[in-house]
Design a protein around this ligand. Structure first.
Ligand code: NAD
Length: 311
């Protein structure tokens, strides 16, 4: 990360940015920002309700209008993100390519797990997981060919930590983390960087569950600078990260592995042998921060032969 590029100077001239779900909330804030910084913006929005019902061209049109009135360049796209190839096609047909993809579109179908219907589950997976996949998949060959691509996937605290009544949404949002971590690895060679954010912002999604005084402190605009920094060309290395962002708070999260126990892999590896090591399994006092399965193999290599299954 080039820390010398001040945010005021971050421009996106000539860059083609696709923002999904850009008709309101966070997506609109991203789109307006990029439009004001010289980018060509594809404003995608299906224009339905926050539960994923209905559709309308208005949401995207209003934001395109706002960008153009402020002197920026934008085009509307009304497809559902599940048809991500059509959204990327709009970018290519209108502006020639795509450089930055902000997978932001989202809906909620909150319901206690005991009442969850297949439709509640499937629709959330379709919009968040399939939608992000389809957009990234369509942009990927273009990114590889031009050796330039930046992706933001939108996770959520619900996915990272769990949230009552949101099993469907939480599962989909944590999927965004694994998706991002893997795209970051596959894209590294081609200058394709991908990060996941878990935002918190006032929008129609949160206005019914948060008090007005709290919402006042959570303007979507305050999520924008992190996204801008991560997708800017001056970011050449920050990839595969998970960031929490909202209300002026920005932090990075990572995986933590406890000290753990290594048991001999013979008939002494029993539930009671494991229970005796429960303290070590839960001991985070000398933890590690793994970032891939390879580390786990190293861990086994290093520790092999050292395990003792005291009975
Ligand atoms: P929002 O409802 O204001 O915006 C979401 C937008 O996505 C809407 O304009 C909607 O029409 C659009 N959309 C929904 N389904 C679509 C589809 N199939 N295709 C295209 N567009 C579609 O909500 P927001 O709060 O701005 O949410 C933006 C993203 O941030 C979502 O992915 C959400 O899950 C995530 N998020 C938000 C918060 C928060 O505090 N607001 C917290 C965690 C995660």
């Amino acid at each position: 990360m080039n820390v010398n590029s001040s945010a005021e100077n971050l421009r996106f001239d000539g860059k083609v940015v696709v923002v999904t779900g850009a008709g309101g909330g966070l997506g609109r804030a991203y789109a307006l920002f990029f439009g004001s910084r010289g980018a060509n913006v594809v404003v995608n929005d299906l224009g339905g309700s926050f539960k994923g019902e209905g559709n309308s061209t208005k949401a995207a049109d209003v934001v395109v209008d706002e960008i153009e009135k402020a002197g920026g360049k934008a085009v509307a796209n009304y497809d559902s993100v599940e048809f991500g190839d059509k959204i990327i096609e709009t970018a290519v047909k209108t502006f020639g390519t795509v450089h930055i993809l902000i997978n932001n579109a989202g809906i909620l179908r909150d319901i206690a797990f005991r009442n969850m219907k297949d439709d509640d589950w499937n629709l959330i997976m379709k919009v968040h997981v399939k939608g992000s996949y389809k957009c990234a998949r369509a942009a990927w060959p273009i990114f590889r060919k031009q050796r330039y691509g930046r992706i933001i996937n939108t996770a959520s605290a619900a996915g990272l930590f769990g949230s009552f009544g949101q099993t469907n949404y939480a599962a989909a949002k944590l999927a965004m983390v694994g998706f991002s971590e893997t795209l970051a690895k596959e894209g590294a060679k081609y200058n394709i960087l991908c990060n996941a954010i878990a935002p918190i912002a006032a929008s129609r999604m949160t206005e019914t569950v948060m008090p007005p005084e709290l919402l006042e402190t959570l303007k979507p605009e305050w999520v924008v600078p992190l996204v801008a920094v991560l997708v800017h060309g001056s970011n050449e290395e920050e990839s595969g990260g998970i960031f929490e962002v909202g209300g002026g708070h920005i932090a990075k999260l990572r995986w933590e592995r406890s000290k753990g126990a290594l048991l001999k892999t013979d008939s002494s590896l029993t539930p009671s042998a494991l229970l005796k090591k429960w303290g070590d399994i839960n001991d985070f006092s000398s933890c590690e921060y793994p970032n891939g399965p390879a580390n786990f193999m190293e861990l086994l290599e290093l520790a092999r032969g050292l395990g003792t299954n005291e009975q």
